[in-house]
Design a protein around this ligand. Structure first.
Ligand code: IPM
Ligand code: MN
Length: 372
């Protein structure tokens, strides 16, 4: 069901660790402002999952938490990662657990250089850097299938199996074709990024599935890059891309490359999407919990506000989403000095305030303000 047809959009908030709660607070501030302007209602419920709770209770997600979260239209996540918790525990026990349990099989990463944002790519501007990565989000080496043999001996063996299923890749590829059609960029091109020359089983399945699904989307150009070539191309000619669809592990890597290309973790946002009816999706800024900046009011909230715009888009509030997206670009283009923490020219909270101020300055915002 389209969430906009419901009375209230129900959002679960997991502020998480480090600077997560600070940036999430700015996204929620923008949500409050845009909901009042656009006239829709929503309901929030906060959950304290993350490193602090884990250290207290030794549980990443308490029993029943996933079923509780399932009842929400969307989850808004700040960040996970705590310096006193060993690597892998929160990642696996919280983030990946939610992705898998809620079957959020699409990881959507828009890669857009906002006006005024610096890219490390020489001579490239906002017109060159505007593509989307659709990453499969439930399979591959992320499944946790593997083991040790003769652990802690000189003959130790470790395996980590990449699992690919026809169902898993087909639903992702099909969604990516639909998305490319809807995006309607003049290129109308979907690039499969894989490694068919070496992964001759797993990525052969992806390749064959891609060809099969492509035959149903004759209006979309079906393109292919090996992942290594894609990394070169993304730096040299980012304007080549429209939409990329890729496997979970490669998607993880190329989306961090893409995040740098779009100006860094201060701006990049992503969605973990279950597009099926009744599915619960989760939206997050890509930056980590940045412990050293915690509580200093210097971290960049643009990525979190960007994630809020994605949440709005996916819960049926397209015009609010557009409005937030435009306001972000007013602020990066005309106000902020830098996207780096502590160098923005404004505090975390001031950047949030500027975005709210700019909600009325976007073309749609001006029209609505005049009508009020
Ligand atoms: C990401 C992150 C996660 C991933 C980690 C934190 C498990 O890097 O969302 O890209 O590898 O998917
Ligand atoms: Mn990653």
């Amino acid at each position: 069901m389209n969430a906009a047809s419901k009375a209230k959009t129900k959002i679960a908030v997991i502020g998480g660790d480090g600077t997560g709660p600070e940036v999430a607070a700015e996204g929620l501030k923008v949500l409050k402002a845009v909901a009042a302007m656009e006239g829709f209602e929503y309901e929030l419920e906060h959950f304290d999952f993350g490193g602090e709770r884990y250290l207290r209770t030794k549980e990443t997600l308490p029993a029943g938490a996933v079923d509780q979260l399932r009842k929400f239209d969307a989850i808004y996540l700040g960040a996970v990662g705590h310096p006193d918790v060993a690597p892998g525990i929160l990642e696996k026990g919280l983030l990946l657990e939610l992705r898998f349990q809620l079957d959020q099989y699409i990881n959507l990463r828009p890669v857009k250089l906002f006006p005024g944002v610096e890219t490390p790519l020489k001579d490239k501007g906002p017109e060159d850097i505007d593509f989307v990565v659709v990453r499969e989000n439930t399979e591959d080496m992320y499944c946790g299938v593997g083991g040790f043999l003769k652990k802690h001996t000189p003959d130790e063996v470790a395996t980590q199996t990449a699992i690919y299923t026809r169902k898993g890749c087909e639903r992702c590829i099909r969604w990516a074709f639909e998305f490319t059609r809807k995006r309607n960029n003049p290129k109308k091109m979907l690039t499969l990024v894989a490694k068919t020359n070496v992964l001759t089983y797993g990525h052969d399945l992806w390749w064959r599935t891609f060809q099969d699904v492509a035959s149903e989307y004759k209006d979309i150009k079906a393109d292919y890059n090996h992942v290594d070539a894609c990394c070169m191309w993304m730096v040299k000619n980012p304007e080549y891309y429209d939409v990329i669809v890729t496997t979970n592990m490669f998607g993880d890597i190329i989306t961090d490359l893409a995040a740098v290309v779009q100006g860094g973790l201060g701006v990049a946002a992503g969605g973990n999407i279950n597009p099926d009816p009744g599915g619960t999706s989760m939206f997050e800024p890509m930056g980590g919990s940045a412990p050293k900046y915690t509580g200093k009011n210097v971290i960049n909230p643009i990525a979190a506000i960007n994630a809020m715009s994605m949440l709005l888009e996916h819960t049926g509030h397209e015009s609010a989403a557009q409005r937030v997206m435009s306001a972000i670009q007013v602020v990066t283009g005309t106000k902020m000095k830098s996207q780096a923490a502590g160098k923005m020219g404004y505090s975390t909270q001031e950047v949030g305030d500027l975005v709210i101020e700019a909600l009325d300055k976007t073309p749609a915002g001006r029209a609505k303000a005049a009508a009020r």
